[in-house]
Design a protein around this ligand. Structure first.
Ligand code: AMP
Length: 215
């Protein structure tokens, strides 16, 4: 299956994509995770991306398009994939269409996570993650057993630098201006399904499985 997720920062997209990729045993391709890794490794892409990420802006399209071209042509994605965070604007969506056409593939479903704005800031600013194993927590909604320590591997939890309140407003603005138009883009192609992303992660996951008709 080839699935694309849309949804604002804080909609729980990363968590749901991870769960779905595990269930379907397909690759989870998260643009944010790839960029953070590139920044940590100080690679060319990371150096280009850092200042945009630190400002809550989109990293230039060529960086992302090259990154996804490389990932989508790898043999381990032939069985299917979940796209999380890419495309993030119409130019990237068009580039993805071209890339999939070259590969003779197409998206089976596009899922849009719908959530009220008022929930987002609290969800984002309370998010903590483990730098070692990637497990994600929330200080209020999904706290670790010991504060600031990962339940899975015992390493310290960190807050992403762009999850701080000052930057969240800018990221949400960027989403509204540049990414939200993709809802119409995919709706016109009749592949879009809307999922209400409020409630417990398990409830949201059940809605996703229902929308995809997976039992
Ligand atoms: P995320 O983890 O998806 O919230 O992404 C974190 C940051 O990475 C975003 O605020 C952007 O600066 C950058 N980013 C992620 N995906 C993209 C994309 N498809 N295009 C441009 N920038 C991106």
């Amino acid at each position: 299956m080839r699935i694309l997720f849309l949804g604002p920062p804080g909609s729980g997209k990363g968590t749901q994509c991870k769960k779905l990729a595990e269930k379907l045993k397909i690759k989870h391709l998260s643009s944010g995770d790839m960029l953070r890794e590139a920044v940590a490794q100080n690679s060319d892409a990371g150096v280009q991306a850092k200042s945009f990420m630190d400002a809550g802006k989109l990293v230039p399209d060529p960086v992302l398009i090259a990154m996804f071209r490389e990932n989508l042509t790898r043999p381990d994605v032939h069985g299917g994939f979940i796209l999380d965070g890419f495309p993030r604007n119409v130019a990237q969506a068009k580039a993805l269409d071209e890339l999939l056409q070259e590969l003779g593939a197409s998206l089976d479903s596009v899922l849009n996570l719908l959530i009220e704005d008022s929930f987002l800031t609290e969800r984002i600013t309370g998010r903590r993650s483990c730098k070692n194993c990637g497990a994600v927590y929330h200080i209020k909604f999904a706290p670790p057993k010991t504060p600031d320590v990962c339940d899975v591997c015992g390493n310290p939890l960190i807050q992403r630098s762009d999850d701080k309140e000052e930057l969240v407003k800018k990221r949400l603005e960027t989403y509204r201006e540049q990414t939200e138009p993709l809802i119409e883009y995919y709706d016109l192609r009749r592949t879009l399904k809307t999922i209400v992303a409020e409630g417990e992660p398990e409830e949201v996951f059940a809605r996703i499985l229902e929308a995809l008709r997976i039992v």
